[in-house]
Design a binder for this molecule. Structure first.
Ligand code: T5A
Length: 209
């Protein structure tokens, strides 16, 4: 059996990742692929507990260092327990956030820098690299407005405008640094136009796997 593929979706708050992932899943399944959707942080019993802690307003005093390590702990668990076994079985894994979120949010947003985070990302993911990464980019205020319409904002979403501008700049930098893997998509357009870009990029990526 041939190995599956890992496609990761990234971007700021309310970028439209979950919406596009569901559309893509339906499309890929209609083409006969076996598809799994997972999210970070989460996707395992341990990861979901960590997610609750990370997003809760109960822990407003969480240090950036503790935050970083919790995201990496959740990642180590989902890679070993869920993602690697799925890839071994030939499944296409669509991951709602992966290690580029740590680089953007903790590296740029929390200003923890990139070299330690690159190392921790490699450690937690066991060296696994996505076959393609799609960053859906849009202005911070539009994303937060969309996120707010879905319900009350969590601890990260309420981290402030400057934080989210730094996160966005981080994602743009990541896309510029690694153009073979990372694809930037303009998320301000209508859903179907964004979906057409997603389909084209993923089709090309799967042809290379
Ligand atoms: N985080 C995560 C870190 O800090 N470090 C890390 O290492 C990791 C992995 C996770 C939080 O943790 C942070 C990032 C996050 O702050 P989360 O709830 O998973 O929390 O956060 P998000 O992934 O941002 O989830 P959202 O649901 O807010 O964003 P999505 O999935 O990008 O957006 P989606 O698809 O739910 O869409 C939001 C709304 O916009 C509409 C949708 O219908 C929906 O109502 N929409 C559009 N409207 C108009 N035009 C379009 N093109 C639209 N696309 C979507």
């Amino acid at each position: 059996m041939s190995r599956g593929a890992l496609i990761t979706f990234e971007g700021g708050e309310g970028a439209g990742k979950s919406t596009q992932i569901e559309t893509l899943k339906t499309l890929l399944e209609s083409w006969g692929h076996e598809v799994m959707v997972v999210r970070e942080p989460g996707g395992t019993a341990l990861g979901e507990q960590i997610r609750t802690i990370l997003l809760s307003h109960e822990y407003e005093k969480m240090s950036p260092q503790a935050e970083l390590l919790l995201y990496e702990a959740a990642r180590a668990q989902i890679v070993s327990e869920v993602i690697e076994p799925a890839l071994e079985e030939g499944i296409i894994v669509l991951c709602d956030r992966f290690y580029d979120s740590t680089s953007a949010y903790q590296g740029y947003g929390r200003a923890l820098g990139t070299s330690l985070i690159d190392e921790l990302n490699r450690f937690a993911s066991g060296g696994l690299t996505p076959d393609a990464t799609l960053i859906i980019d849009l202005p911070v205020e539009i994303g937060l407005d969309r996120a707010g319409r879905k319900g009350s904002l969590d601890r990260l979403e309420t981290a402030g405008q400057d934080f989210h501008e730094a996160v966005r700049a981080g994602f743009l930098h990541i896309a510029a640094q690694d153009p073979d893997r990372v694809h930037l998509i303009d998320g301000t357009r209508p859903l179907d136009e964004v979906a057409a870009d997603v389909e084209r990029i993923v089709t090309e990526a799967l042809a290379r796997v």
